[in-house]
Write a new protein. Structure first.
Length: 247
């Protein structure tokens, strides 16, 4: 019998075929306030059986697994009407897999290798959303906008999943950066974008450099008292407001 759901802890189930990675994800998740790992499975078939039994709030799911891969497991979970949310944590970075995962209701998608700050950001955001949805019976539009951190850039700013990107770049991260720049409303450096999204400065710079070349973002130089100027990025044609002290 599954343990009763409570608002005290978010019950997490991990599906990962690499035992070392599974243990790292388990220990990291349990370090965060408000989370408890209720089980780990190393293949999709066993995971489905355990998820039905344990009824977790959230599943951290890999794609590449024996017996039943992550996408097929997602379909089975949805077809059975199981009341659990799913975050993908996987090396699968092709747009077909990412799009399929989002269509099947993944609440986030983290590409390996990743910095653990990115997983922390995903879990913290999930916890906030989980608490809000449990505490309210009805939601206004502004409540939903807060929960899902909307503020989507205009349609022509988003990167279409059919658009060919340079090797090593993916549409999901690209659109997260565009949404971040639209939400913050003031220029950000590559280091600041990286810290806010949980990726490295070098990774953020690669995306920003591509977006600048494509005309989706613009850059200005910010001069300090000493040293080289810092490149600050903002959405093209968006008013450029002075930056506040973020950190």
């Amino acid at each position: 019998m599954p343990e009763p759901r409570t608002q005290d802890h978010i019950r997490v189930f991990i599906v990962e075929d690499d035992p070392m990675v599974a243990d790292i994800n388990r220990r990291f998740t349990e370090r965060l306030d408000g989370f408890r790992v209720v089980g780990v499975s190393r293949n999709g078939e066993q995971a489905l059986k355990s998820i039905k039994e344990k009824d977790p709030d959230l599943v951290l799911l890999d794609v590449f697994m024996p017996k039943l891969d992550g996408l097929k497991l997602m379909k089975r979970i949805r077809s059975l009407g199981l009341n659990t949310d799913i975050i993908l944590v996987t090396a699968a970075d092709d747009t077909e897999t990412i799009s399929a995962a989002l269509r099947h209701g993944a609440v986030d998608y983290i590409i390996k290798p990743f910095e653990f700050e990115r997983l922390k950001k995903a879990l913290d955001s999930y916890r906030e959303r989980h608490i809000k949805l449990k505490s309210l019976h009805f939601l206004k539009q502004e409540d939903l906008d807060t929960i899902y951190s909307t503020g989507t850039p205009p349609g022509d700013k988003l990167v279409n999943h059919g658009e060919n990107l340079p090797k090593g770049l993916n549409h999901l991260t690209m659109n997260q950066i565009l949404k971040l720049l639209q939400k913050e409303k003031h220029p950000l450096s590559a280091r600041e974008v990286g810290r806010l999204l949980g990726v490295s400065r070098i990774t953020a710079h690669r995306y920003l450099d591509y977006l600048q070349k494509e005309g989706r973002v613009e850059v200005k130089l910010e001069y300090g008292s000493v040293g080289r100027p810092t490149c600050k990025y903002f959405l093209a044609h968006q008013p450029c407001k002075p930056q506040e002290n973020l950190f």
